[in-house]
Design a protein. Sequence first.
Length: 150
Amino acid sequence: MAADSDLIKLYSQRILALAADIPHRGALKAPQARVKKRAPLCGSTVTVELCLTDDKVSAFAQDVKACALGQAAAALLGQHVIGRTRLEVEAARDALKAMLKFDGPPPGAPWEGYEVLEPAKEYRNRHASIMLALDATAEAMAEAEHAACA
């Protein structure tokens, strides 16, 4: 019974609602950068495309093929990513990783909502999928700093 209740907590209604409503799905016509990340253990993938203006995300698209937890993490990213700098994205990524691996607090403002993923701390095999969207976005931002958006 405890295992069933843990899974129910892990796949809460909030997680499922986020997974069903991922912002910025699709592709950009002329992205400055495109990065695809894959979680080797489960096969989840996230592809991110973006453009920067004044070092901030001005256009963003994502293609998410992941478990509900990876989808929820991508949805949260999509809610907050426009207008963010690479340092802000990297700070959110690092905070999320610390939350999952070291029981740290969830990412703070302006990245509200990641606390919904706290029950996943116990499921290390899910961590890579949860990290995909932020990892891909940080890498794409680094690439975009060296390109021009058409």
